[in-house]
Design a protein around this ligand. Sequence first.
Ligand code: CKU
Length: 626
Amino acid sequence: MKQTAALLYPRSTAARQAVSLDGMWKFRLDPQGSGVAEGWKDGIGAKDTLPVPASFQDFFTDKASREYTGDFWYETEFFVPPEWKGKAVYIRFGSVTHRGTVFVNGAEITRHEGGFLPFAADITEAAHYGGANRLVVLVNNELSETTQPVGRTETKPDGTKIARPYFDFFNYSGIQRPVRLLALPKTTITDISLIPRITGDKAELEYAVETVVGTTVETAVGTVAETEADARLTVLDEEGRVVAEGQGAKGVLSIPNPRLWNVRDAYLYRVWVRLYRDGELLDEWYEDTGLRTVEIRGTEILLNGKSVYLKGFGKHEDADVIGRGYSPAHIKRDFELMKWTGANSFRTSHYPYAEEVYQMADREGFLVIDEAPAVGLFDSTSNFLAANRGQKKVPFFDKPGTAAELLENHLQAVRDMIRRDKNHPSVIAWSLFNEPEDTSDAAVPYFKAVFDAALNCDPQKRPRTFATVLFNRPDTSKGCRFSDFICLNRYYGWYVLGGYDMDIAEQALRNEIEGLKAQNLGKPFVFTEYGADTDGGLHKLPSVQWTQEYQTEVLEMNHRVFDRYDFIRGEQVWAFADFQTGEGIYRLDGNKKGIFTRQRQPKAAAFYLKQRWENLPENYKTPVQV
Ligand code: CKU
């Protein structure tokens, strides 16, 4: 597919131009849904402007705008240089949440479903070269049971739509990640896959480059496609020295004296891919990658053949004012804080994050569990609370009419996520769901399809997993059999047996883990969520729930239990920072389980975690005691 050339991370090189379109764009809500009929594609008729990228919700001072659900429109103007004529010209969106339709100069160019992955609009034909162009984007943020994340959209008696998420984070939306105008060559690199292999002190990088030939030539027999271009690869080390070179679309490069990419000790190689025909450079692009392997063996997670214990967080892309919008400042601050705690990993709960997050994880040596936006595959918004209390379980995957379409969207998200993130050394696993209701038989073919797709798409064949909801155990879950390692979201001491019942909670957690041990699944387990809501200003001695003292006690209790079992190979606290949710009696202006406040300042538990994690070696629990 030609379009995928524009999905590669946008950078300017000798053969490609990437120009940012970020800035203040015109913006207009469309509560009557009249924009299409009124031809807003030719101009949205708005004076109001707001920043792109950002979520739109938290700029406004009225509730109707913040809670707005439905269609809304953006507009901007851009200039295409005359010398781009003859190139392939695209607009690349880092994400448009949850779906968007792109119009350029009044013509519809493309539509895209799914709010957390990039897509590109090919405007080669529609663009005015050497002149101004109007870009209009129709965005929609409604939730349904066929799209991801899952929820529903209700209509109030006065006709206003409201989003009812089946998930615990605010339904932020809009053009949330950077937008770039791209000029690419017509014969172009469309993809590259890298597979590092390490044996002893030798390292190899297997590669496959995909290209399209975009030009035609006149010959005696008519118009034919140009001959294939020739791919050449050059690998540079961090000092910029050439360490390997290759030729041809596929091959294996051997890297002399390799420096491996290790946990919290990263080393990156730059892989340049160049396309030539008759000595002429047609396209060039690079990917920074690392030499490392990931593997599950028995109950261990191995990085470069060595056992690693995950310490870290479940996170969100979430901040004051900008919502879920791309914020390089927050990305930087979050990494500095994670490093300060001694963490080595995080999960991109509950959707793929901005590309720059993975780049920083690559640079900093963090291990990432990369999660698909498949959250809320439950029947109602408070269902996870009900399920937590062991009350009801509503089958989800056998819903007539929705399951097939949901699966299609899910598979697309998984494929796009893996295509985008497959070469990052930091990505050590794919999380393909968060807390699905997977106790009915209908879950089996659905899970199989999703897990198979992940395996097929990933050249590195990374481990696959998903986060299981409390009370859903390997013996009741139909999905766990597919996981290479098992992720547990557990709230002993919070949703289950909190406060003065903490001692009973501890026993209950031990009982659950003893049960897992008895099943002897021979797989590693990672706690991907545990924690307690905590007000950043509240202290009390002795503790009560919601105080900072209590949060630390919950973590200590969990860790006492985790430390007893070697097959527990990781702990990722919920959550890194407080984050916005919908309003309701379960949430105090958002979820307060952050170890840091939403402003990224530490709660008391942060100092406790720092103390623990800085003293846990990366290979904690190795060798495994049997
Ligand atoms: C978290 C049963 C746990 C579900 N888990 C999902 C996550 O998105 C929520 O924020 C629970 C919580 O704090 O309740």
